[in-house]
Design a protein around this ligand. Structure first.
Ligand code: NAP
Length: 251
């Protein structure tokens, strides 16, 4: 149990059905926030997360919404605001990868990843801030990636989306500063989720050798930093990128 009190605040977590987003949802609920989970396909998993949050005594919603479709985003955020009465925290976590070398990457591979990861973050930010501005308070956390800083072979589309998220985070911080809305990004390293389970053992082994903390990261490692960033402890932070990679980028 984190010693952070978010009672009375409401959060929207995109990609809250699985992996890192699921961990973030539980951490925010453990700290007292009501949480709406946005997912694209995994209805069963999303309903399971919603039920877990309710068991913690907090309000929860599981809403199917493709973050890259503006009408979906507008309708979904309206639903959240109608149910919860306010939106204080937005965690832009939904993300996909379609890895291959640039030589083989199709324009469709490129567009799909940029649309979900980068356009989705833009659309959610654009429409959630309307509600945040009504209460003159908002905390936005964007999940980037260490590869958005370093680059990575076979991930040009993903890396571009994650680097773009860093630029978007800084601009969000600047444009909304006067509204008491902060925006920060987290750049995770190698975290154990469905996304990384797909990697061959050889690639996992190579990654692990470089992690100074000598273990893969967990969704909780990222969720703890999200909880800190949305708490009053981090009220002086905005426009930053926090690398949470166990030292991978130094190894
Ligand atoms: P994951 O296990 O594959 O989960 C991805 C989540 O995003 C799912 O909840 C999925 O919903 C949702 N999603 C995908 N496309 C969506 C769309 N168009 N609209 C709404 N939701 C959508 O991934 P993860 O590993 O937890 O990654 C979470 C975030 O962390 C991603 O942005 C990823 O790039 C970033 N990250 C991960 C790592 C890592 O090592 N795992 C490292 C650095 C950064 P459905 O279940 O309904 O499909």
């Amino acid at each position: 149990m984190l010693n952070i009190d978010l009672t009375g605040l409401t959060a929207v977590v995109t990609g809250g059905s699985r992996g890192i987003g699921r961990g973030i949802t539980f951490a925010l609920a453990d700290c007292g926030a009501d949480v709406a989970i946005i997912y694209a396909h995994s209805s069963e998993a999303a309903l399971g997360v919603k039920d877990e949050v309710k068991k913690k005594g907090k309000r929860s919603l599981a809403l199917k919404c493709d973050v890259s479709h503006e009408e979906d985003v507008v309708r979904t955020l309206e639903n959240v605001n109608n149910e919860f009465g306010r939106i204080d925290i937005l965690v832009n976590n939904a993300g996909i990868n379609r890895d291959t070398l640039i030589l083989r990457m199709t324009p469709e591979n490129w567009d799909e990843v940029i649309e979900t990861n980068l356009k989705g973050t833009f659309l959610m930010t654009k429409h959630a801030t309307k509600y945040m501005m009504q209460n003159k308070f908002g905390r936005i956390i964007n999940i980037s990636s260490i590869v958005g800083i370093t680059g990575n072979v076979g991930q040009a589309n993903y890396v571009a989306s994650k680097a773009g998220i860093i630029g978007l985070t800084k601009t969000t911080a600047i444009e909304y500063a006067s509204r008491n809305i902060t925006a920060n990004a987290i750049a995770p390293g190698f975290i154990e989720t469905d996304m990384t389970k797909k990697l061959p053992d050889r690639v996992r082994g190579e990654f692990l050798k470089r992690v100074l903390r000598r273990r893969v990261g967990t969704p909780e490692d990222i969720a703890n930093v999200v909880a800190f960033l949305v708490s009053p402890l981090a009220s002086y932070l905005t426009g930053t990128v926090i690398v949470v990679d166990g030292g991978l980028s130094l190894g």
